[in-house]
Design a protein around this ligand. Structure first.
Ligand code: GDP
Ligand code: MG
Length: 597
């Protein structure tokens, strides 16, 4: 089709505001799928996402919508809805001219609504504001529209109202996409220039490259190359997502779809790269995007050391479809051989662990997560640290820098004071407060990322009784008074339990940490000493008394259910134990480093 009959857009929303449901309605209303073939959240690719009810990224889809007698081709390119994946949001936005900004009529504007709306504005996208779930009795459309005006500066009169559940108002949203979002620019006669916005590895077909054509045409048989790579490929298939892959032979300027070209190696395709004709190439590559850098690291160890190779294979397989995940072998005295893994954030980390356990049937122990640090050494060298064990002697460090983020909270106004003091406790710097209404506000802080990955999200949820939300973006590395805190169990340093902390918090954190450990580690036949230390200086100590008879002894006189509970706990604990010297340490102990209080 001519570019004037194409519209490319994404849906941006806070989690649970109805993005997947609205996408499903688009497919139904445009006849892309029949009601008979329909199953909920069709575009949410991975089972795990469906299970958890969160979307990391939906498949793109091409739908057709008729407006004033003209048939328009609409391409929906999804953006992920979680902070961990915000880099993918801008990546998808580069392939679109507009975005549907979806807000739940009972929940109103939330942290990711604000964050994603700003990203869309920065990317010059035309915003189509939509209020969803107007069928709900709790819907308060007028109030929520006022919030949208206040938070993202849109005109309330432009806001459409719909119910993605009942289908009410959905046709109007499709009409508005055609009417308000500009047609893609682009010249069909220019040399091929296409943006690679995603890819996946299929074990039968090889690499499937997701493209948005900017200029020219791509066809089967054409010789192509990636601007950042030297190799040439011959196109074997070109098609669209409808929503399954359907061949169409060619794609031209403005269109979105996939191409395959016997690419065997996913590393040959860089997301953000420009794909062009190898004989008649375009002269300027597209701006591309930065490869996201993992911000959170933790060690991953097989419970059985002989499963190390199996774990390596499983990680390599995972990486095929998730280039933002990294892993390198490491060994730890306490834990044996395993891998240091890098994640975009805590949710990403949790998802990877679940995938590994489910798909590969491996029992894993994961060490407490830490952020990435930057060290300026006295010899002038700058070094990136992913692991507390890599921190050199204090004497050779000139500057110890940690990542800071700008965090925004959306809160009931009543909770502002509590969140302010929570952030202040965690070394945050107050930036500003903005009221969306008398009862709700946006609060902005600058805060170390390490303080966020502890349990800030859980704290926010409990303080606001579930009503608060947050989102953050990386600012940069800032110098701080940081030290490595070590843990000794039975006089043996457990390297996997070392953490990097701010000096002012070292004593408090060290004490809490060993108290937690005391709870987590079962009694042994001998007394177990627990110590927290900075260098050679012990700052806290505890002991676990020796066992006398069997563990159930302390339940004598107690009821049988208590005993059963204890046995169950022991059985569960057996699955994930690590032997450190003579002491058995359960997985929970490694995790306990995570929580601050
Ligand atoms: P996503 O996280 O943005 O993809 O949200 P989902 O599409 O998964 O929707 C979250 C929940 O809201 C699901 O239980 C949906 O059934 C429900 N939902 C979505 N749209 C509507 C709507 O218009 N009305 C009502 N009542 N529920 C909705
Ligand atoms: Mg969803």
């Amino acid at each position: 089709p001519a570019t004037s009959q194409i519209r490319n857009f994404s849906i941006i929303a806070h989690i649970d505001h109805g993005k997947s449901t609205l996408a499903d309605q688009f497919l139904l209303k445009t006849g892309t799928i029949s009601a008979r073939d329909y199953r909920a959240q069709l575009l949410d690719g991975m089972d795990l996402e469906r299970e958890r009810g969160i979307t990391i990224q939906m498949h793109p889809v091409t739908i057709y919508h008729e407006r004033n007698g003209v048939r328009y081709e609409l391409n929906l390119i999804d953006t992920p809805g979680h902070v961990d994946f915000s880099y993918e949001v801008s990546r998808s936005m580069a392939a679109c001219e507009g975005a549907v900004l979806l807000v739940d009529a009972s929940q109103g504007v939330q942290a990711q609504t604000v964050a994603n709306a700003y990203l869309a504005i920065e990317n010059d996208l035309k915003i189509v504001p939509v209020l969803n779930k107007i069928d709900m009795p709790a819907a308060r459309p007028d109030e929520m529209i006022a919030e949208m005006e206040q938070a993202v500066g849109i005109d309330g009169l432009d806001v459409l109202r719909c119910s993605a559940k009942t289908g009410m108002g959905v046709e109007d949203v499709l009409d508005a996409i055609v009417d308000r979002i500009p047609a893609p620019p682009g010249n069909i006669d220019a040399p091929l220039k296409a943006l690679v916005f995603n890819s996946h590895f299929d074990s039968f077909k090889g690499v499937v490259v997701y493209i948005r054509v900017m200029d020219g045409t791509i066809k089967v048989g054409q010789k192509i190359r990636m601007m950042q790579g030297a190799r040439e490929f011959t196109v074997t298939d070109v098609g669209q997502f409808r929503p399954s892959m359907v061949s169409c032979g060619t794609l031209s300027a403005g269109q979105v779809g996939y191409c395959m070209a016997n690419i065997k190696n996913i590393e040959d395709v860089r997301i953000g790269d420009t794909l062009t004709d190898s004989v008649n190439p375009t002269d300027v590559a597209l701006a591309g995007y930065k490869q996201p850098k993992p911000m959170v690291y933790s060690g991953l160890y097989p419970v059985n050391n002989n499963e190390f190779e199996a774990l390596r294979e499983a990680l390599a397989k995972l990486k095929l479809n998730d280039s933002s995940f990294t892993f390198t072998p490491e060994s730890s005295e306490g834990m044996g051989f395993g891998f240091r893994c890098g994640f975009l954030g805590l949710l990403h980390r949790e998802i990877i662990q679940q995938r590994l356990e489910r798909d590969c049937d491996l029992d894993l122990v994961q060490t407490a997560p830490n952020v990435t640090y930057e060290l300026l050494l006295t010899n002038g060298e700058t070094r990136i640290i992913n692991n507390p064990q890599e921190v050199p002697d204090a004497g050779s460090i000139q500057e110890f820098r940690e990542p800071f983020v700008k965090i925004n909270f959306l809160l009931p106004s009543d909770n502002i004071g509590d969140i302010m003091s929570l952030c202040a406790d965690r070394r945050g710097t107050y930036v500003k407060t903005e009221y969306l209404s008398p009862t709700r506000a946006v609060l902005i802080f600058e805060i170390p990322l390490s303080e966020v990955i502890f349990d800030l999200y859980d704290k926010l949820k409990s303080i606001t009784r579930g009503y608060g939300t947050m989102d953050y973006e990386f600012m940069g590395y800032i110098p701080g008074d940081l030290v490595r805190l070590d843990v000794l169990v039975h006089h043996k340093r457990v390297d996997a339990l070392s953490i990097i902390v701010h000096r002012s918090q070292a004593e408090r954190r060290g004490r809490k940490l060993i108290l937690k450990l005391k709870d987590e580690i079962d009694r042994h036949m001998f007394e177990v000493a627990l110590q927290a230390a900075i260098g050679a200086r012990v700052i806290a100590r505890e002991t676990i008394a020796a066992i006398r008879k069997n563990v159930t002894a302390k339940c004598y006189g107690g009821d049988i259910t208590r005993k059963r509970k204890l046995w169950a706990k022991q059985a569960a604990g057996k699955k994930r134990m690590k032997q450190v010297g003579q002491v058995e340490i359960p997985q929970e102990a490694f995790m306990s480093v995570l929580e601050t209080d």
